[in-house]
Design a protein around this ligand. Structure first.
Ligand code: C2E
Ligand code: MG
Ligand code: MG
Ligand code: MG
Length: 288
């Protein structure tokens, strides 16, 4: 490792270990601060049923507006929060706030909540979910958690038991970023999911690469065999949407059908219009 770093250092300036540790510690301190001062918000991205175009729910995506750094992407601070043990508290806040917001939405809508490996390993997750559902008086079936394949790697028996406990209280479980981990198919065999979220990389390539298209079609087929909803992530073009419809994918998410929006800021009006439209749809067509 040191040798690799040494070689990189010859090409470009890489901060020394001490500097990087100090920088990290700043982020950890600021994460603590953010937890205490309502520094996080949730953005919501629509999930659309492909056959009808109806919005069936929203995925909650955490946002951190840092006092001096501005918006820090979750891909940067979630791994740090995982390592320093703060993810449980942050995750608890996400669950509580997502359920709070869900309680104000039209009753056919669901909310999807990302849960990291450390949360899945802890006894507290089921408790936090139950608590949020009771406090906000919502139906458990309207809540879905998303877990990535890397969260399934160690202690498969215990993880399978946790997933079962979560599903027994009525909360749905989705496998996020499907296809990016190792032995993806065995996960579909060994754990029970309600939804498979096919990673964006498959969607992006399917448009021009017949092999990716064949794999995508296969995943949708496996989902159908297992009775699990298939859901494509990161749909950005009309062509991708048409391909997905053609192969019978159940749901889509992506910039084409809706970007993540943050209620409470300048986008709230647009967000509310989206919700009203979804409600109007439901009244016309009945539940999806
Ligand atoms: P994810 O759960 O796979 O979420 C999808 C990511 O793709 C989001 O990035 C979303 O903004 C982005 N995205 C959506 N549609 C498109 C598209 O059409 N094209 C492209 N290029 N990107 C699209 P975001 O919000 O930056 O989140 C990144 C990751 O951070 C998430 O990936 C998730 O793993 C993690 N994350 C976000 N919120 C939370 C949270 O509350 N808790 C935990 N544990 N992880 C979270
Ligand atoms: Mg997700
Ligand atoms: Mg994903
Ligand atoms: Mg992804």
């Amino acid at each position: 490792e040191a040798k690799r770093l040494g070689r990189r250092r010859a090409q470009a300036y890489v901060p020394g270990l001490a500097e990087r540790l100090a920088e990290r510690q700043h982020i950890v301190d600021d994460l603590h601060e953010a937890l205490q001062t309502a520094g996080f918000t949730l953005a919501f991205q629509p999930v659309v049923q492909l056959s009808t175009g109806i919005t069936t729910g929203y995925e909650a995506l955490i946002r951190w507006n840092h006092p001096t750094r501005g918006w820090v992407p979750p891909a940067l601070f979630i791994p740090i929060a995982e390592e320093c043990g703060l993810i449980e508290d942050i995750g608890r806040w996400v669950i509580m706030d997502a359920c709070r917001q869900l309680s104000g939405w039209s009753s056919h809508l669901h909310v999807a909540i990302n849960v990291s490996a450390a949360q899945l390993k802890s006894e507290a997750l089921v408790h936090h979910l139950t608590q949020a559902i009771l406090v906000h008086g919502i139906a458990a079936e309207r809540v879905e958690i998303e877990i990535t394949e890397t969260a399934l790697i160690d202690d498969a028996d215990r993880t399978a038991a946790t997933i079962d406990r979560i599903r027994r209280i009525g909360v749905k479980v989705a496998l996020d970023d499907f296809g990016t981990g190792q032995s993806s198919l065995s996960h579909l065999r060994d754990f029970k999911f309600d939804r498979i979220k096919i990673d964006r990389s498959f969607v992006v390539r399917a448009g021009f690469d017949p092999r990716s298209m064949a794999v995508l079609r296969g995943i949708v087929g496996v989902g159908k065999e297992l009775g699990v909803l298939t859901h494509a992530e990161g749909v950005e073009t009309r062509d991708q949407l048409d391909l997905l419809r053609m192969i019978g994918c159940d749901a889509v998410q992506g910039y084409l059908v809706g970007r993540p929006v943050t209620p409470g800021n300048e986008q709230i009006e647009r967000f509310e219009r989206v919700l009203q439209k979804a409600t109007a749809h439901r009244e016309r067509r009945g539940p999806p």
